[in-house]
Design a protein around this ligand. Structure first.
Ligand code: NAP
Length: 361
C-alpha cells in the first residue's frame, strides 16, 4: 500500500470537500472524525477507510496517527482542537497540517519548533486559503524588495463562507484587533484602520482584521511591521467596529452560547455553483525605510476550493518526503512560488497584467 494520510474532521464542509477532491487526485485518505455515524456514512459513500474517535481519546489518536506519515486536521474551531492533535503528532512522529486561520495557534506552534525538530516532525498550520496565497505573496514581495521593513496584505472574497468559518469567527469575536510592530504583536481596537485598496477591479474600502499572516508572514519574511486588511461593505465594517463595545458580551458564556446556537442554523457552506463562480483577490505591498515600495496582486479560486486544492498539494509534497522538520509556514517550507502550483492561482506585479488571469468581471 502506498503511504496515505489521515483526514480528521472529514465530516465537516471543508473536510468532506477535501476528501472528494483527494479521490479525484488519486489519493485515498483515511477519513476520521468524532462521530462514528457521520464518518462511516461518508466513508461508505466514497469507498474509503475510516476511524472514529474524539480528540480526547489519546490512545485512539496515537493508533490512528501511527498508521500514516501525515495528518490533515480539518476540525475547528482550532482554539479547541489543535492541541491534542499536535501533542499526538509529536508523540507518534507524524507530520501535522491544518487549515486554521487563527493567529494565536501559530504563535503557540512556533514556540514548539525545537520540540518538533527533535521529533523530526513538520508542524505546518494554515495550508488553506488563510495563509497559503498571502504567505507566498508576502515572500514574493520580500524577494522583490529585500530591504522591506513594512508589509501590508489585503484580501477580498466573492462567494460566501461556511458555517464552520462563521463559528470560528464568532468564537474569536471577543478578541481585540492585532497588528505587528517592530516584530511584536500589538493589540489594537477592532476595525482599527480603514484604507482604500485596488485589487485590480477599482478601489474598495478595506478594514484591519488580524489574520494568521501576522504570525506567518513575519516568520516567512522577517519584515517587522505588518498590517492585514479585509475588503468589507460599510454595514459589515460598522458591525466590526461595534465589537469594540460588545466584545465583553460576545465573550461571556451566555453571549457565546446564543451566537453558536444561531450559527448552527446557517447553511453548511457555499453551494457547488457558488464555489464555481466565486473567487478571491489578494493585494500586498512592501516598503522600506528609504521610501521604496512595490506591490503585487493575486487571484485564486473560491476560498474553499482553494483550501482543498492547496492542502492536498501540500499533502502530496509531504507524501513525497518533502517535509522540513520544525514549525513551518507555507512559503518557508515550499517557497514563494509554491502557490502557483495550485490550480487556478495567478499572480501579477503592480502595473503589469496578471498572466493568464481570466477577466474577473
Ligand atoms: N483558513 C482557511 O482558509 C479555512 C478554510 C476553510 C475552513 N477553515 C476552518 O476549518 C474549520 C472547519 O471548517 P468547516 O467549514 O469544515 O466547518 P464545519 O462544516 O462546521 O465542520 C467542522 C468539523 O470539525 C469537527 N469538530 C468540531 N469541533 C470538534 C471537536 N471538538 N472535536 C472533534 N471534531 C470537531 C466537526 O465534527 P462533527 O461533524 O462531529 O461536529 C466537523 O467535522 C473551521 O475552523 C474553519 O474556520 C479555514
Amino acid at each position: 500500500m502506498p503511504p496515505t494520510f489521515l483526514l480528521y474532521g472529514a465530516t465537516g464542509y471543508t473536510g468532506s470537500l477535501t476528501a472528494r477532491m483527494a479521490i479525484r487526485r488519486g489519493l485515498k485518505p483515511i477519513l476520521a472524525g468524532r462521530d462514528p455515524a457521520k464518518v462511516t456514512a461518508l466513508a461508505d459513500e466514497l469507498g474509503l477507510a475510516w476511524r472514529a474517535f474524539p480528540l480526547e481519546d489519546g490512545t485512539a489518536l496515537n493508533l490512528a496517527l501511527r498508521e500514516v506519515p501525515v495528518v490533515l486536521h480539518c476540525a475547528g474551531p482550532y482554539s479547541r482542537t489543535y492541541k491534542p492533535m499536535v501533542d499526538a503528532c509529536l508523540r507518534t512522529g507524524t507530520h501535522y497540517l491544518d487549515i486554521t486561520g487563527e493567529l494565536m495557534e501559530h504563535e503557540a506552534l512556533a514556540g514548539r519548533d525545537a520540540e518538533a525538530k527533535g521529533a523530526g516532525v513538520m508542524l505546518l498550520p494554515s495550508v488553506g486559503f488563510d495563509v497559503v496565497p498571502s504567505d507566498c505573496l508576502a515572500a514574493h514581495l520580500k524577494r522583490r524588495l529585500p530591504s522591506a521593513t513594512r508589509l501590508t496584505l489585503a484580501f477580498q472574497s466573492f462567494g460566501g463562507a461556511s458555517r464552520g468559518t462563521m463559528i470560528s469567527t464568532l468564537d474569536a469575536a471577543d478578541r481585540p484587533g492585532m497588528v505587528r510592530r517592530a516584530g511584536v504583536l500589538e493589540p489594537v481596537p477592532a476595525a482599527w484602520k480603514t484604507r482604500t485598496i485596488d485589487f485590480g477591479q477599482g478601489p474598495v474600502s478595506c478594514t484591519t482584521l488580524p489574520w494568521g499572516d501576522l504570525a506567518t508572514a513575519y516568520r516567512s519574511t522577517g519584515i517587522p511591521n505588518i498590517e492585514t486588511y479585509i475588503a468589507l461593505p460599510a454595514a459589515q465594517r460598522r458591525v466590526m467596529k461595534s465589537m469594540r463595545y460588545l466584545g465583553w458580551l460576545l465573550g461571556s458564556k451566555p453571549g457565546k452560547a446564543t451566537l453558536m446556537r444561531l450559527a448552527q442554523a446557517l447553511p453548511a457552506g457555499p453551494t457547488e455553483a457558488e464555489r464555481a463562480t466565486g473567487y478571491s483577490l489578494l493585494w500586498g505591498e512592501v516598503s522600506d525605510d528609504t521610501g521604496k515600495r512595490v506591490a503585487s496582486r493575486m487571484r485564486t479560486p473560491h476560498g474553499y476550493t482553494l483550501t482543498a486544492l492547496a492542502s492536498l498539494t501540500v499533502v502530496e509534497r509531504v507524501l513525497a518526503g518533502d517535509a522540513p522538520a520544525g514549525y513551518q509556514t507555507p512559503a518557508k517550507a515550499y517557497g514563494a512560488d509554491f502557490v502557483l502550483e495550485v490550480e487556478g492561482v495567478t499572480r501579477g506585479d503592480e502595473l503589469q497584467p496578471m498572466d493568464g488571469a481570466p477577466d474577473p468581471r
